[in-house]
Design a protein around this ligand. Structure first.
Ligand SMILES: [Zn+2]
Ligand SMILES: [Zn+2]
Length: 533
């Protein structure tokens, strides 16, 4: 007989299953898809990997995603040939669907004009469906909205243009690969850019003097960091005169300010990088938001009649966004980089290159919250103060925080709560860090993540073929995939699918090992090099 405590210590079946799935590299929380074969009428349930990039959510999927990013980073970094971007000609199917879309849009406009709302809604839904289909057929780019354009965007006066930094300019050539030196060396760069200082910090990233640490600038810099980085690439390309490509990741430093690690294709002198960094800035032409007008219990209220927020006492409407922007005389904020610029030339295929790809992708399997975790009381206090500042820092023109400053946010609705925006920038867990942590320029490897995935599959297929296992690629285009609706009684429980996936993986691995053994029977000469085909 075991005691209750002993029984409580036994691992739960779900935990055991999860550990087994992890061991075999099978997704631990797949979702179920229903797959129908219209030719045979057969209906199957298939476990589809969750595709999470966060290790604490699903380790096998996160590891695969990271490996893919590493491959992408490696392939583009020291590319010697310009990637081919000749688009494939449109297929007959795509053209047919596009014609159908044009018809639908014409009918939709008619319905809108005649005030047939129900009909218009249905048509809009159908247009959305066609757009989705076109995308699945491999079409890129945006499709025009079925609605006619509304009001023209505000024209900015010249004084509000981003000032051009004081840098030499060249016409940007189309080339994206680096130069070759001494007939054989083609180094690329590893660059690190940081935010400016907000006050001295200790070893653990907390301010020496919290009272004078500039939390306001830290919060605003974090919110606008991505725009500053964009500007840096633009400036750099203009200075060097070619289309510099990059694979970059944004990570928080100990003080939680974002910094950027970038693999950059081609070689650029450190002095040029330093100059560009020093001269680059981003001006935020938003209404001034230094002093909140509302707060506590005194907040703007929604007025159904004017369809906007009004002052709680005087009931006067708040200044609409466009008007507030029009009145701006000087930028509400200017973002710059810190003085320190680290850069290093790195040769392709070296141990050093591999190590730096490791740095770049090191934290990709962690959520931002896990990366910025506070472990001491002092760090928690620091995060709290930054979070408090981020809570009153607007993150976009649509941000509900604008209501605290008496500005009607762009696209304000009755569902908005003044001062409460769901944007990532305001969350305690992310502390203003951007959601997109991997930034890859368009002409990096000439491939999308899906292409890199296909490469990996082909690699495995070739390896299998090398040991005599030939798996014909199944044509799955005729199959109809549908997400299983919650409450579908026919769908097998997730645990069953998980067990099946694990069993499949084990069978597959055994098959592979057997074939490998058959192709290379162990002997004194071959045993050391089982895979050298
Ligand atoms: Zn998964
Ligand atoms: Zn916001």
């Amino acid at each position: 007989m075991s005691t209750r405590a002993e029984r409580m210590r036994l691992p739960l079946s779900t935990e055991v299953m999860k550990a087994t799935a992890e061991k075999h590299g099978v997704c631990v929380r797949p979702f179920t898809m229903e797959v129908g074969d219209p030719d045979t009428g057969e209906l199957r349930y298939v476990a589809v990997p969750c595709g999470s990039t966060v290790e604490s959510v699903c380790a096998p999927c996160a590891k695969k995603a990271k490996a893919l990013r590493m491959a992408q980073c490696r392939e583009g970094w020291h590319l010697t040939e310009e990637p081919d971007f000749t688009p494939a000609p449109p297929t007959a199917e795509q053209k047919e669907l596009m014609e159908f879309r044009a018809d639908l849009v014409a009918r939709y406009r008619e319905a809108v004009e005649h005030g047939e709302e129900g009909q218009a809604d249905e048509l809009r839904e159908e247009i959305r469906g066609v757009d989705e289909e076109l995308r699945q057929l491999g079409m890129r780019g945006r499709l025009p909205s079925p609605d006619l354009p509304g009001k023209r965007p505000v024209k900015r006066s010249t004084k509000r243009r981003q000032d051009a930094p004081n840098l030499p300019r060249k016409k940007v050539a189309k080339t994206t690969v680096g130069r070759e030196y001494a007939g054989k060396f083609r180094p690329s760069m590893f660059v690190t850019l940081t935010c400016d200082t907000y006050g001295r910090v200790r070893e653990d990233g907390t301010p020496v003097d919290p009272a004078s640490y500039d939390y306001r600038r830290a919060a605003r810099d974090a919110v606008h960091f991505a725009s500053l980085v964009d500007r840096w690439w633009q400036n750099l390309r203009r200075v060097v005169g070619w289309d510099v490509q990059y694979f970059a990741t944004v990570e928080p430093q100990k003080r939680t300010a974002p910094h950027l690690h970038a693999a950059l294709r081609g070689s650029i002198p450190h002095e040029v990088l330093r100059q560009v960094t020093e001269a680059t800035y981003h001006q935020v032409w938003w209404p001034n938001h230094d002093e909140p007008i509302y707060g506590g219990d005194r907040l703007p209220v929604w007025d159904a009649r004017s369809k906007g927020f009004v002052d709680p006492e005087k009931h006067e409407p708040l200044t609409p966004w466009e008007e507030a922007v029009e009145e701006v005389e000087e930028p509400a904020h200017v973002v710059t980089f810190g003085r320190q610029v680290h850069s290093k030339g790195i040769l392709g295929g070296t141990e050093e290159a591999g190590r730096h790809i490791g740095y770049l992708t090191k934290y990709l399997t962690k959520s931002t919250g896990e990366v910025v975790e506070a472990i001491s009381a002092r760090q928690r206090e620091h995060h709290d103060r930054l979070h408090a500042e981020l809570a009153i820092t607007p993150c976009s023109p649509c941000c509900a925080v604008w209501l605290l400053y008496g500005v009607q946010p762009l696209g304000a609705t009755s569902r908005m709560t003044p001062g409460h925006c769901k944007g990532r920038a305001h969350r305690r867990t992310t502390l203003g860090l951007p959601g997109r942590r991997v930034l890859v320029s368009r002409k990096w490897s000439g491939k999308s993540l899906a292409d890199h995935k296909a490469d990996r599959k082909a690699f495995v297929r070739d390896m299998l073929a090398g040991v005599g296992i030939v798996k014909p690629e199944e044509d799955t285009s005729r199959l109809i995939w549908r997400k299983v609706q919650p409450g579908d009684r026919d769908a097998p429980p997730r645990a069953h699918l998980l067990m099946r996936a694990i069993a499949e993986r084990i069978t597959w691995k055994a098959e592979y090992d057997r074939a490998l053994l058959a192709a290379h029977p162990p002997g004194p000469e071959t045993s050391a090099t089982p895979l050298a085909v």
